[in-house]
Design a binder for this molecule. Sequence first.
Ligand code: PLP
Length: 310
Amino acid sequence: MSQALAAHSHFNIYPDSEQTELRELLQQYTGVGVEHIVAGGGSNQLIDLLLHLFVEPGDEVLNFVPTFDMFRFSTQINGGKVVEVVRDEKYAIDVKAAKSAISSRTKLIFLASPNSPTGNMTAEDDILEIADTGLPLVIDEAYYEFSGQTVTPLLKRYKNLMVLRTFSKWAGLAGLRVGYGIFPPRIAAYLHQIKVPYNVNAAAIVAVRESLRDIDYLRDKVKLIIAERERLFGELQKLKWLKPFPSRANFIFCSVLGKASELHRQLQARGILVRYFDRPLLRDAIRISVGKPEHTDALLKALREIEAAY
Ligand SMILES: Cc1ncc(COP(=O)(O)O)c(C=O)c1O
């Protein structure tokens, strides 16, 4: 990857605003035609672009909380009103509540599956029931490579269904900012019209080309992370003061029976960084990124030490 970036001698030239090569690469990777694909500077940029397309000030956007905060952020920045539908105690969505939260001003629905930061999937039947409302529905599959499950085949049947993906997680390209969406062709064409011309930079395009050339290596890494996630989950379950949630992503979300702030501080003092949450619907919780076996071992050792001192 770094060799391919160093060897690229055309960084003085603007990238292709039509995303021709990039969309062909993504077509090969996803099996979906180029007319369905729009790439963005991270999938975050596509969230914003979708709001530009569908939402006018005062319109409503349905959001299943707790979830990835960019759905709320971008909706509000674009003048939309976020209508929150609260997930249950296992962070599953409530379809009935979602349907009754829909109004004549609802213009867009966001749903991350696997969800972030909780890691759980939404059942396909639930997604279908929401898609049946006919409202534009965005399924954010940022962690698709770790879950192995996608709703992309349903796009044939549903003209209101859209899927967002990213190279930030499975391909490790977060710093280069490249994501993409799979849309009905009519929506993809509109998005191409309203996006800024050079929204995916030349280095990101080189990195996608290289990643897909080296896809077996990346797929092996994904498999290792999945195996490590399952081992970590089993070990965390043995600790009575932690409640890990089953995850289909590359992290594990845990409720802490006690003060998560204190656990976060003690882990940090041992050189281990986890994400700490203490906000409505995410009280006393941490999210652990899955790493190499030695990272799991170091974390477990630290947790046992902290447990002994509790
Ligand atoms: C659900 C979800 N979507 C999108 C993203 C961000 O993707 P990108 O880096 O492509 O903007 C994240 C990152 O944390 C995420 O959790």
